[in-house]
Design a protein around this ligand. Sequence first.
Ligand code: HEM
Length: 411
Amino acid sequence: MANIKKANGLMDWLDQRMGIKKLIEVMMTRYWIPKNINFLWAMGVVLLVLFSLLFISGLFLLMYYKPDAKLAFDSVNYTIMQEVAYGWLWRHIHAVAASVIFVIIYIHMFVAIYYGSYKRGREVIWIGGMLLFVVFSAEAFSGYMLPWGQMSYWAAAVITNLFGGIPVIGADVVEWVRGNYVVADATLTRFFMLHVCLLPVVILALIAFHFYSLRVPHVNNEEGEELDFEAEQEKYLANKKKESKVIPFWPVFLSKDIFVVSVFMIFFFYLVCYHFDFAMDPINFDPADNLKTPLHIYPEWYFLWSYEVLRGFFFSADLGLIAFGIAQVIFFMLPWLDRSDVVAPAHKRKNFMIWFWALIADLIILTIYGKLPPEGINTYIGCAASIGFLFLMFIALPIVTIMERKQGGVK
Ligand code: HEM
């Protein structure tokens, strides 16, 4: 039995019962972060804030949304947007956060690639992050279906149809996923369950896993310097704060993060109030109609690059499907496709730097052409960019990094 004494305050009361002081030390005041990092390392916390906003705004939307193919469209476009007080605000926050979170996820991923933060002990952090990316993609896709507009319906029809490419059992899988021969009420209700129940729980668990996996290897820093965290923390605790290369997560590091989050929030609420339309497709303001196929079907901007990889192999639907499947999982393999163990910023790794920007350029081209109709020259540019993507990942990256290793590291 614990030795319970009269507490001198709430903290002490909790500490006697739950060891809360130790917990705060482990999680906050004695969790060490390198000093040498810039604002790009705040993106993880920005993501956490955006996810919280999605969660809270989602709860408000859930009070009025009707997961029924006959009622869903009106419940969003009339009830929430026009009848419920401030319903429009919660919807705009939800839609803008859903789009902006992908901007920040891509920045967070590419910062990690730029600084080599996915290797030499940080592989599990990377894999946890990639799992978050995949589950967030499923969350966004299932959410996009819920307003039951034209694009919700037809994007769902196209994407669920992709399972038809699985040999032998493809047609049965499509029917199983849809719960019907076509996208219908049963499809809406199962995607609703995924969106509001199963996937958010998985995301919460993965965020906890991602944070836990940061504890042992610690976050990287701008120079990729391997720090002796024990020694540096001793210096800090011995009041040699200037000499120490680390700071505690709370209150020092988090105060910097809160500054970045605050600046970001100004930008975010500017979008919510004045430019929310960028996150909503005009075609989705027409109710779903299974007899009227839109002229041109495309997914949200964050899926366009992989959608273009699917369409890029226009001469073979099977090849397109295989390339699309690879595009979804290839980044999981990054720590092993990179054959060098140099952890340094790309600007100190000449050939890697060229590879990095070539990859960004290729992904931008894929995104732009993913939105254009696949006609004439567009088809060939899309094809070249898709082959380019596979080349950059499977051939160029191993070659560049093997060369780097043979040359003995950073030149
Ligand atoms: C909602 C999703 C995510 C959240 C809340 C999140 C949160 C965080 C936080 C707070 C950090 C520590 C500070 C920082 O570097 O920003 C971090 C680090 C990291 N994250 Fe994420 N992350 C998410 C998604 C991802 C994704 C999609 C990837 C990549 C596939 C990823 C890969 C990494 C890596 C490699 C690090 C270590 C960075 C370093 O050592 O410098 N994360 N994440």
